[in-house]
Design a protein around this ligand. Structure first.
Ligand code: SF4
Ligand code: SF4
Length: 332
């Protein structure tokens, strides 16, 4: 029988042991239906998710809800929105009860006196010009001032087809303020002109991300295998999409047969009752979905399938480590 030990030398086995003890059970929470930006291609607003439920205003209701989520086995709360920092009392209700990750556009500083070690992921959509075009302002100018040198922060850089060949410029700006960066790809939910991917662009971007990972090892949190999976949508000869997606909310997952999936995963709306279909837009076409977290999770839940060779299993370990670093379960 093939076991982890039979596939790995001592050093890799130690890396495997470190992550296999983690047993991460995440869910995603819309903290609010409001945002202080309106980005072109934002899945939250383009799919009307801000209208499907009215946000719960009473913070005590949030506290009770989070306690029930803990009882359900959640041990990582991923906060999104809208913009979570508009409602810091709700963010605090999570942070005081669970390991918490807060996605933000970085325009409001998370006060470190109140949230000393909460992981913060700042969305960034390219250079100042790209950002002005897609988000209406250069958000980096503000977020960099708020988070320079912050050890519990990274940028989540959404790469668009127009950034190919010049991603380095943005990586360098992030490195220069002493923060890490992770890559993901725009899914172009609003069909903005020139922002949909073709195969040649995806191949070029894969090479560019590989190169940046190699040259900016202290700044980029990523893995070559993740780049391959997210740009090709293929893993071990299988295609990413609805039949394979691991990030569908469990109570509404009626797929048959059931694929490997995130255990007990739910994405909750901010009324604390409504359940969204998946970790991203319910109106998105799964065939063109480029969601980075869903692709990463797709690898992670398919551990056994990767235990067919040493190389495949090492790829699995690298992606799991990347996830664990992004949520600070292990050091950068
Ligand atoms: S900052 Fe995030 S939630 Fe707000 S509009 Fe932009 S993508 Fe959407
Ligand atoms: S849109 Fe993406 S994340 Fe959502 S179910 Fe489809 S493939 Fe999964």
């Amino acid at each position: 029988m093939i076991t982890a030990r039979s596939l790995l030398d001592d050093a890799w086995y130690e890396r495997y042991r470190r992550i296999s003890a983690l047993n991460i059970r995440s869910s995603i929470y819309d903290v609010t239906d409001r945002c202080n930006l309106r980005c072109k291609g934002c899945f939250f607003f383009s799919s009307g998710e801000h209208q499907v439920a009215k946000q719960e205003p009473d913070v005590d209701e949030w506290k009770g809800f989070i306690e029930r989520e803990k009882e359900r086995g959640v041990n990582l709360a991923i906060l999104i929105g809208g913009e979570p920092t508009l409602y810091l009392d709700r963010v605090a209700a999570f942070y005081e009860r669970l390991p918490t990750f807060c996605a933000t556009n970085g325009q409001i500083k998370v006060p470190r006196e109140r949230f000393p070690d909460m992981m913060v992921g700042i969305s960034l959509w390219g250079t100042p010009d790209d950002e002005k075009q897609l988000r209406g302002k250069d958000t980096f100018a503000v977020s960099a001032a708020n988070y320079t040198g912050d050890p519990y922060t990274y940028y989540l850089l959404t790469i668009t087809p127009t950034q190919i060949g010049r991603v380095e410029e943005t990586v360098r700006r992030i490195r220069d303020i002493g923060v890490k960066v992770h890559f993901q790809l725009l899914s172009n939910d609003e069909g903005a002109d020139g922002f949909s991917w073709d195969d040649t662009q995806l191949t070029e971007l894969r090479h560019e991300m590989d190169d940046l990972l190699e040259r900016y090892r202290d700044t980029v949190i990523s893995s070559r295998y993740y780049h391959e999976i997210v740009t090709t949508g293929r893993m071990l000869g299988r295609c990413f999409g609805w039949e394979e997606c691991p990030s569908v909310s469990e109570p509404v997952d009626d797929r048959s047969p059931q694929p490997k999936r995130l255990i007990h995963f739910i994405r909750w709306a901010s009324d604390l009752h409504t359940i969204h279909r998946c970790c991203t837009s319910a109106t998105r076409d799964c065939a063109t979905c480029k969601d980075g977290a869903a692709h990463m999770s797709w690898v992670m839940v398919n551990k056994r399938a990767h235990m067919r060779s040493t190389e495949d299993f090492q790829h699995w370990i690298e992606v799991y480590e990347m996830f664990a670093k992004l949520y600070r379960f292990i050091p950068w």
